[in-house]
Design a protein around this ligand. Structure first.
Ligand SMILES: [Zn+2]
Length: 169
């Protein structure tokens, strides 16, 4: 590192790459885009400060996350990484709802196949027309409406395939 061939950072900033250049271990000269995008979003001096505040063994991970965040910000200038987080949170919500519906269906089927219920309270709660089940289904649109508020994020992520980007390099 350093010496004759400057790292990608020093090359872009047109400066001499010192032997102890903080960027050199993480921004090799053969991948100029990696530093260029981080520099564009965070600024070289900010990145330098952030790395200096960290222990040496933490810096590679910090660079990986900075590169990931910078890429996300460039691909999705409005939501950046938050777009990915929102998308995954919505997926979790939708899957939790699907799970609740599936569990309700299982419960209904179990009740239909158990004519003699041991617990009288449970018998009382059984609705022959499965009203409770349909009430649950009726509640679903609320949740889906909630999640559809961020469909923009969803769509933009699908377009950009943010997760396909190399986070660790
Ligand atoms: Zn350098």
């Amino acid at each position: 590192m350093g010496g004759n061939s400057p790292c990608a950072s020093c090359k872009l900033l047109r400066r001499r790459c010192a032997k102890d250049c903080i960027f050199a271990p993480y921004f090799p000269s053969d991948d100029p885009q990696k530093f260029a995008i981080v520099h564009k979003v965070f600024g070289a001096s900010n990145v330098s400060k952030m790395l200096q505040e960290l222990l040496v063994h933490q810096r590679a991970d910090a660079v990986s996350s900075l590169v990931y965040e910078a890429n996300a910000r460039v691909r999705d200038p409005v939501y950046g990484c938050v777009g990915a987080i929102s998308y995954l949170q919505n997926q979790v919500s939708e899957l939790q709802m699907q799970l609740a519906v599936a569990q309700a269906e299982i419960l209904c089927v179990q009740m239909q196949h158990e004519p003699a219920m041991p617990n009288p309270e449970l018998i009382e709660s059984i609705d022959p027309d499965q009203k409770s089940y349909f009430n649950l289904q009726n509640d679903l649109p609320q949740f889906f409406n909630f999640s559809s508020s961020s469909n923009v994020i969803h769509d933009s992520l699908k377009r950009e395939t943010i997760f396909g980007h190399d986070m660790v390099s």
